[in-house]
Design a protein around this ligand. Structure first.
Ligand SMILES: [Zn+2]
Ligand SMILES: [Zn+2]
Length: 143
């Protein structure tokens, strides 16, 4: 588990000033992978008291731009954030309840699918989303 000191080091590592909202957002996303903005605001408020939506949006944007957070948005879902950055992992999304889980990349680095035709493009990423039913929803469907 990263500590506050680790989060401070991460912020300094990307030349961002250490502030309480930034620390709170980093730790909220770390504790709740794939959380949406509303849930992150809830967790941050539990820790810091009153914080504006705009402040949390701004911090999420700054941390994502700096590469400390990754923003994902499966089609049909709101934006979600995670602190697992720097690898090429994918996501499996439940069609029924929207639950998201990490799936390690089978190849390990992007692009992990070879395009049958590049059209002259230099391709650096293949975005893979696996869709299906989570265990809870498949159980519910069967009964
Ligand atoms: Zn589900
Ligand atoms: Zn993930």
């Amino acid at each position: 588990m990263p500590t506050t000191t680790d989060f401070e080091r991460m912020l300094r590592g990307v030349s961002l000033r250490v502030t309480r909202p930034r620390l709170a957002v980093l730790s909220a996303v770390h504790d709740h992978p794939h959380a949406d903005t509303e849930s992150i605001i809830g967790v941050v408020r539990d820790n810091l008291g009153e914080v504006s939506h705009q402040a949390v949006y701004d911090v999420l944007r700054a941390l994502t731009t700096a590469g400390l957070l990754r923003r994902i948005q499966p089609p049909g879902s709101v934006a979600r954030y995670e602190s697992r950055v720097g690898d090429n992992h994918h996501h499996v999304v439940c069609r029924s309840c929207g639950a998201i889980a990490d799936v390690d990349c089978a190849v390990g680095s992007a692009p992990c699918l070879t395009a049958s035709e590049t059209h002259g493009f230099t391709i650096d990423e293949a975005e893979v989303v696996y869709w299906g039913l989570c265990p809870a929803c498949s159980t519910a469907t069967r009964s």
